[in-house]
Design a binder for this molecule. Structure first.
Ligand code: ATP
Length: 821
């Protein structure tokens, strides 16, 4: 029977950018019993291979689906929930066993599958090291010490279940994933905004809300009101959905709280545009979701009193409103996106978000985590009956398929938009006064939606082709349309091909100005529509307040002019204009803005890279514009004004906001790359020499000679980042390493990104490696760790010697292949 060493000796592996981080013998708890094997951690996957004469099962877990690692008690455990798993496993201080946690998306929007895999290694130290390195691999951008997530929880979100969602799902997932957090339960509306506006945020690595879109809107605006906001623009912001509409979470394909919590653990982010809207009062609000005027805003705001119905309130009241359509007088001026912009964002775009890798989807609070034994060979029907996606039969390597939403990882920054697209345009807009390329559409309108995301609520697909970081927004509007034409659009069955047909018009725009003329009618008869073409807008606060409180008196009044069901209102009546998400909370915000707003009966809005909340402007009293950057400290760089130098429609520096794969948002000046830029690789202290070479020289000599990267000289036996040295040389090695600044603990860095000569072909080597000389266990020092952090990893108690890795390189494809098992 071949031993482990024989098997490993005969391994042939294809070397690619997937760097090896650790490998040791490990037994896997499975339905077949405890199987002996070899566990290998690569940067992008965890591979376990059985070492047995009888069978040679193999398990490959992609890092995309792996979100946690904890010590665990001996034996095979079946957990009923994340909470149970965390309570049991996190109380363990040392063990030779550890468990890894996976989560995978399922088709059809079903609750994701969660799973656990338990391994046994030779020593407690080795087990601890596995946990450390697994967590490094799961969240490659941040060390555990750097993570401190500021969590705001709105206890009154949605059906008031946010606390339960947090306690039973998010919190245990954070803990399992080694993610420190600071929880703030909001005491009132405005609590979170005040906190982020005034408190020192330097201790936090990201901000996450457990709520709907409304609280996120609050947080974004609080953040952008800070005088030092540019300092925080790269702070990721995310949402664990627990609200009513949850439009952002849906648009990010992250509607299950588990998915969102896992995304937070992984600390990955993606860019997102922001829309700025300036109210008539001069107050600027930032939105990440949409701006609605007319039908949608009415539904949202006027159904506030039906919050008890959860998200159904939007459907229920939506039906009422569609059956009793209102028509609003107004003009919509917009700057169309250029053909190139429209092509970039529209053609072939999916409503599925593009999400960097690593986003995984989760399970429910009531779901339980089960062991392999409970799942193997079970069907997919059982949410926990994972048909072992990663537990394959011999010779069939199975890599769990990344979730469907993991599309392009190279999210492009938002297209540069000029923050002065509407500057210089005077309101009211006189005939011919708009700059070139601007277009005007006359109302009356049933609705105008400016959307930055496809979904405004979990069941309302507003515009399938909208993309959250293309630097443009989609205007979707309806004018002379009947309720019957609207129904298909209002249902979630609306697809792209529905646009620009049957009364649903859609254009891509870079900026727009909405100029309500002050009238609302419930009739679409020609005479009614004609009669409101040129109303005399006047506005009183009382009337605005009536609108904002959703009273319908004005809309139902008879026209004194023609006796039809509409009439020019005694005071102009405007639809709600909502900034924010399709949630009620935003309505409150919107209303308060409106109340303070003076008369101007125009709305001006501009997305330069907008946060888009379903922002609001309820009524003529709102004026929305996207031009005013948040106040800044003197001398501070202002990405908004810096980008203002061109004329109308000209491009300037991109100003974007980022969100996570799941839900994380962060502002970035100059595009996604600024925030996404990897940390510089750790400094190379040693270069790696071939085994033979090192064996023939003393450690001190080797240390002295290997101060420069020398991967080009390395031959094909090198990719296993380890060399064999006798224990006698260990102390000397440690001393030598210390003398040139290598970390304590017998570990040293052995190189940085470099090139190896592989069968005559130059192959790029992965990240910096750290070699632990003391016991020949090699780990890769991830590029995001600096030298001292590597030292910390290296100084951990190290496992016993594991089998040396030998073998030869071959280029037989991109995946690791085992030739002999
Ligand atoms: N403790 C609190 N009491 C009352 N209101 C609060 C509190 N905390 C936050 N709010 C406000 O509640 C509003 C509702 O927000 P949230 O978005 O969380 O829920 P939702 O409206 O049900 O969901 P969605 O916005 O997705 O439809 C927010 O605008 C926020 O300002």
């Amino acid at each position: 029977m071949p031993g482990a060493a024989d098997i490993v000796d005969n391994m042939a592996f294809t070397f690619n950018e997937n760097a090896l981080m650790m490998r040791s013998k490990a037994s896997l708890y499975s339905s077949l019993g405890v199987l002996e094997g070899l566990l290998t951690l690569y940067q992008n996957r965890l591979v376990w291979s059985e070492m047995s004469n009888r069978s040679s099962n193999q398990l490959t877990i992609s890092m995309d689906v792996l979100f946690g690692a904890t010590l665990s008690p001996p034996g095979k455990f079946k957990f009923k929930s994340f909470e149970a798993a965390s309570v049991t496993n996190l109380s363990i201080e040392s063990s030779t066993h550890f468990t890894v946690y996976t989560i995978m998306a399922r088709e059809g929007g079903k609750r994701p599958l969660c799973d656990t895999w338990t391994f046994m290694v030779d020593s407690e130290e080795e087990s601890a090291m596995w946990i450390t390195l697994l967590r490094c691999a799961i969240r490659p951008k941040l060390s555990e010490e750097e993570v401190n997530v500021l969590v705001f929880l709105n206890p009154v979100s949605g059906k008031r279940k946010a606390l339960k969602v947090f306690e039973s799902i998010a919190k245990p997932i954070f803990e399992i994933g080694g993610t420190r957090y600071t929880l703030k339960i909001t005491q009132s509306a405005g609590f979170a905004a005040r906190f982020v506006e005034n408190e020192d945020l330097s201790a936090y690595s990201s901000i996450v809300v457990v709520s709907g879109d409304g609280l996120l809107h609050e947080v974004l605006n609080g953040l952008l009101r800070r005088s030092d906001w540019p300092k925080h623009k790269a702070l990721p912001i995310g949402v664990v959905p627990a609200g009513t509409g949850n439009g952002l979470a849906k648009s990010l394909d992250c509607i299950w709280p588990e998915q969102a919590a896992v995304a937070v653990v992984k600390a990955e982010s993606r860019p997102m545009d922001i829309m700025s809207a300036t109210l008539a009062s001069g107050k600027t609000e930032y939105c990440f979701l949409s701006l609605t005027w007319g039908l949608m805003a009415d539904i949202d705001i006027e159904s506030e009193s039906m919050r008890w119905a959860g998200s159904a309130r939007l459907d229920l009241y939506g039906t009422v409103r569609v059956m009793n359509l209102r028509y609003y007088g107004g003009r919509l001026h917009y700057l169309p996106a250029t053909e190139a912009e429209a092509e970039d964002s529209g053609a072939g775009a999916s409503h599925k978000p593009s999400v960097p890798g690593g986003m995984v989807q989760g399970a429910s609070a009531s779901s339980s985590i089960m062991n392999l034994a409970d799942r193997t060979n079970q069907g997919v029907d059982d949410a926990w009956g994972l048909p072992p996606p990663s537990f394959s039969s011999p010779l069939v390597r199975h890599s769990p398929k990344p979730m469907a939403s993991q599309l392009a990882s190279n999210i492009q920054p938002a297209v540069t938009l000029h923050p002065t697209l509407t500057a210089g345009i005077q309101l009211p807009i006189a005939e011919g006064s708009l700059p070139p390329r601007w277009k005007t559409i006359e109302g009356p309108f049933v609705q105008v939606i400016a959307t930055n995301v496809p979904w405004l609520a979990t069941d309302f697909l507003a515009c399938q082709k909208t993309r959250i970081s293309d630097g443009t927004m989609d205007l979707v509007f309806s004018r002379n349309v009947s309720k019957w034409q609207l129904i298909p659009y209002m249902s979630s069955s609306a697809k792209d091909d529905y646009m620009n047909k049957d009364g649903i018009e859609n254009v891509k725009a870079r900026a727009f100005i909405l100029e309500p003329t002050g009238l609302r009618t419930t009739s679409r008869s020609e005479s009614s529509l004609r009669s409101i073409q040129h109303p005399e807008p006047t506005m009183t606060d009382a009337a605005a307040a009536a609108v904002r409180s959703g009273r319908k008196s004005t809309s139902s009044a008879k026209s004194p002019e023609n006796g039809s069901s509409h009439r020019p209102l005694s005071v102009p009546m405007f639809s709600s204009l909502r900034l924010k998400s399709f949630g009620k909370s935003s309505g409150r915000n919107a209303r308060s803005s409106s109340l303070q707003a003076p008369v101007p009966a125009r709305v001006r809005s501009e997305a330069y890279s907008s946060y888009h909340q379903q922002t609001v402007g309820k009524s003529s009293s709102l004026r929305v514009q996207g031009l005013t950057p948040p106040p800044q400290q003197p001398g501070a760089a202002n990405p908004l004004s810096d980008a203002c130098s061109g004329g109308y429609g000209s491009a300037g520096s991109p100003t974007t906001t980022k969100t996570t794969t799941a839900a994380i948002v962060e502002t970035v000046e100059g595009g996604a790359s600024a925030a996404a830029a990897p940390r510089p690789p750790a400094q190379a202290i040693f270069s790696l020499r071939s085994e033979t070479e090192l064996a023939s020289m003393s450690v001190a000599e080797a240390a002295a000679q290997t101060t420069a990267p020398a991967f080009a000289t390395i031959n094909a036996t090198v990719p296993a980042p380890r060399v064999t040295m006798s224990p006698a040389t260990t102390d000397a090695a440690a001393d030598a390493a210390k003398s040139i600044g290598a970390p304590d603990g017998g570990c040293r860095l052995v190189g940085e990104h470099g090139i190896v000569d592989l069968d005559g072909e130059q192959v790029e080597l992965g990240p910096v490696k750290m070699e632990c000389l003391a016991n020949l266990v090699s780990v890769v020092c991830p590029p995001w760790l600096d030298e001292s952090q590597c030292a910390r990893v290296g100084s951990m108690p190290l496992p016993k010697i594991v089998e040396p890795i030998k073998g030869s390189l071959s280029r037989e494809g991109s995946m690791l292949s085992f030739s002999n098992i």
